[in-house]
Design a protein around this ligand. Structure first.
Ligand code: PLP
Length: 330
């Protein structure tokens, strides 16, 4: 069956060029990146080249990039790692109510361990209110964790402004950028981002590989014990083919970003217009402008989400309804 795939927020198809780049590291270049002989050094070089590409994409330095197993691990590592490391300074964390479970569940766990977490609201378009962010800051606040772009309604948060607020108040700023990396231009320096999560399978790279950016000078407690890989912060033999794939995928994503974004936006807007013209009682959720170029989130009044998705599936159309709280009529 030929699928019509409408669910790139869930995952993307591996790019053919990315796959080609990965292939040698599955077959002939199988050395452990920590081994000192040539086969190992080849793997090490491939890992470091990928690290450079990832750093360049977000205007970071290669030494600020740590490879992980994906967005979930990056979020866990950053939030827990910073919280544990700086708990003498304070125990208060600010996040939003619309974060991915990788952030929300991590915060819930930290609450059980004695941290205090404030979950700030978003407005009817899914955007953080900067005033309530400012108001929720306390003497004890050590970390703000706000996602760059939402995985369901696609709204993009005012990251630069949040970064500024965090910096002015001497608070670390983490952003879950899993949905944004590869779709939006990101500059960690200009945006005052202290740590950032990304995941390759959201930008046509392989699954099970991600990266965490942590600004130099910021310490975080590692949560896996073992070898000295990743500057002693993330133990475990590097997944070289996946790392190579991630490097290639991010390079492709940012090479023609503007052209690609324009094309995707045109397709998305055409789709939304057609739905609005042809189907009664629809509502577009989220902010029309401040949203990911490829995202549309639509409510169909009187139609039950699951039934709609099952019928689309029978026609080979892959789509998701997201969670009920973000796709309902307001
Ligand atoms: N954060 C966001 C916003 C996501 O959309 C996802 C994946 O859907 C994740 C985190 C988790 O990423 P991964 O699937 O790589 O663990």
């Amino acid at each position: 069956m030929n699928y019509i795939y409408f669910d790139n927020a869930a995952t993307t198809k591996l790019d053919d060029e990315v796959f080609k780049e990965m292939m040698p590291y599955f077959i002939n270049e199988y050395g452990n990146a920590s081994s000192i002989y040539k086969l190992g050094r080849n793997s090490r070089n491939a890992v470091e080249t990928a690290r450079e590409k990832i750093a360049e994409a977000i205007n970071a330095e290669p030494r600020e990039i740590y490879f992980t197993s994906g967005g979930t691990e990056s979020d866990n590592t950053a939030i827990r790692g910073i919280a544990y490391n700086y708990k003498k300074k304070g125990n208060h964390i600010i996040t939003s109510k619309i974060e991915h479970p990788a952030v929300l569940q991590t915060c819930k766990q930290l609450e059980k361990e004695g941290f205090e977490v404030t979950y700030i609201d978003v407005d009817e378009y899914g955007i953080i209110d900067l005033e309530s962010l400012k108001k929720s800051i306390k003497e004890t606040t050590i970390l703000i964790s706000i996602m760059f772009a939402n995985n369901e309604i696609g709204t993009i948060q005012p990251i630069k402004e949040i970064g500024k607020i965090a910096k002015e108040n001497n608070i670390y700023f983490h952003t879950d950028s899993v949905q944004a990396v590869g779709s939006i231009k990101i500059d960690v320096k200009e945006m005052n981002i202290d740590s950032l999560s990304m995941s390759a399978h959201k930008f046509y790279g392989p699954k099970g590989i991600g990266a965490l950016y942590v600004k130099k000078g910021i310490n975080f407690q590692k949560f896996m014990n073992g070898g000295h890989q990743e500057k002693n912060k993330r133990a475990g033999t590097e997944n070289v083919p996946a790392i190579v794939g991630m490097g290639k995928a991010i390079e492709i994503a940012y090479k023609d970003l503007e052209k690609h974004t324009k094309h995707i936006k045109e397709l998305r807007d055409y789709y939304i217009r057609e739905v609005q013209d042809k189907i009664p009682y629809v509502k577009i959720n989220g902010d029309i402008d401040k949203r990911l170029p490829g995202n549309s989130n639509i409510s169909f009044r009187f139609i039950e989400g699951e039934g709609l998705l099952l019928n689309l599936d029978l026609k080979g159309i892959c789509a998701s309804s997201g969670s009920a709280c973000t796709s309902r009529f307001t």
